[in-house]
Design a protein around this ligand. Structure first.
Ligand code: 5GP
Length: 118
């Protein structure tokens, strides 16, 4: 199911470059190459899960906690709590997911309104 040749797997293996903004043992967070907002960061798991759906079905509780803690630590590293931000995760075909490796988009840096999607 999981494609180890997806772009984010290559970024994790350092085969492709990325501008890292936060990293720990469980997540890597880096700038989106085509930002949809002034701040647009992707937080990915270091383990091989193809989507939020796959992750939620197969990861254990500790992995799930550590992933979401990594998302929040990225938010803290970017100092976004005061002004606010949006989290998005696209899943599958109808969800518009392009890269089949679990990731959460963090969008921020301006009022996002109701129509910003990625
Ligand atoms: P998805 O549609 O899967 O939720 O989002 C994938 C995101 O990955 C898109 O916002 C796209 O701009 C971003 N992206 C695709 N390829 C690369 C890449 O090589 N480097 C970085 N930093 N972002 C990428």
């Amino acid at each position: 199911m999981y494609d180890p040749n997806n772009i984010f797997a290559k970024i994790l293996r350092k085969e492709l470059p990325a501008t890292c903004v936060y990293e720990d043992d469980h997540v890597l967070a880096f700038k989106d190459i085509h930002p949809a907002a002034p701040i647009h960061v992707l937080v990915i798991t270091k383990k091989a899960y193809s989507s939020f759906d796959d992750f939620s079905a197969c990861a254990n509780e500790q992995e799930i906690v550590l992933f979401w803690q990594g998302v929040y630590k990225t938010v803290q590293a970017l100092r976004l709590s005061l002004q606010g931000y949006r989290l998005v995760t696209n899943i599958g075909t109808d969800g518009g997911q392009e890269v089949p490796h679990l990731h959460v988009h963090i969008l921020a840096g301006k009022p996002l309104g109701t129509k910003v999607c990625v």
